[in-house]
Design a protein around this ligand. Structure first.
Ligand code: URA
Length: 200
């Protein structure tokens, strides 16, 4: 079994937060273990909690369409979330939940070693672009080390607001060029890399 599968099994046993009691399934993440792009959403919703898979509800179907607009299928990227269990009633994640779950995402990134990290929505953005506002930085990227970090709106938000829909679709179309750039950057080290995330 791969190190990432082992890790995801470990995540599935986590009981650190109160929400562990209410979950149906943990949603560690899925996709290509050597993906060039890692998409990071917020937290599982009802559908994800039922199936144990990320982005399989309406927001997920929209994410699939967005991926297909740049010629990608979800199996070719990795999709994870900031927190791995569904907050009851789809409430926002608590700071303590984000903090407890952070180590899982850090380890996933170390193992996947993506060339590009795409944040979906403000909780994910806050981990990589602290203090920024999504309305200002969506569609912009930052290169740190040999990884490009890119902020996008959350597909669920864009589904319901026409103006965000246009923005997310345009932002998605910028990914291929950024990815080509990221792939052409020399790798600074071949070791599993530390995630350039910021202190919570
Ligand atoms: N929204 C998220 O942020 N993540 C999912 O997995 C599904 C919906």
């Amino acid at each position: 079994m791969s190190a990432l599968s082992e890790l995801n099994k470990e995540i599935a046993l986590c009981q650190q937060c109160e929400i562990a009691k209410y979950r149906t399934k943990v949603v560690p993440g899925e996709g290509a273990e050597d993906a060039d792009i890692l998409f990071i959403g917020e937290a599982p919703g009802w559908h994800e909690d039922q199936q144990g898979r990320p982005f399989v509800g309406p927001a997920g179907q929209y994410l699939d369409q967005l991926l297909s607009s740049i010629g990608l299928r979800r199996e070719q990227v990795y999709i994870a979330n900031v927190i791995k269990c569904r907050p009851q009633g789809n409430r926002d994640p608590l700071p303590s939940e984000i903090l407890n779950c952070r180590k899982w995402l850090e380890r996933q990134i170390e193992l996947i070693c993506p060339k590009m990290v795409v944040t979906l929505g403000r909780y994910s953005m806050a981990m990589f672009f602290p203090g920024k506002s999504i309305s200002k930085i969506h569609g912009t990227s930052q290169k740190r080390g040999d990884v490009i970090y890119y902020a996008m709106y959350h597909p669920a938000a864009a589904l319901h607001q026409q103006s965000l829909r246009r923005a997310i679709e345009e932002d998605m179309l910028k990914i291929p060029q950024l990815l080509a750039q990221a792939k052409s950057m020399p790798e600074t080290n071949k070791q599993p890399k530390q995630l350039t995330m910021f202190e919570a």
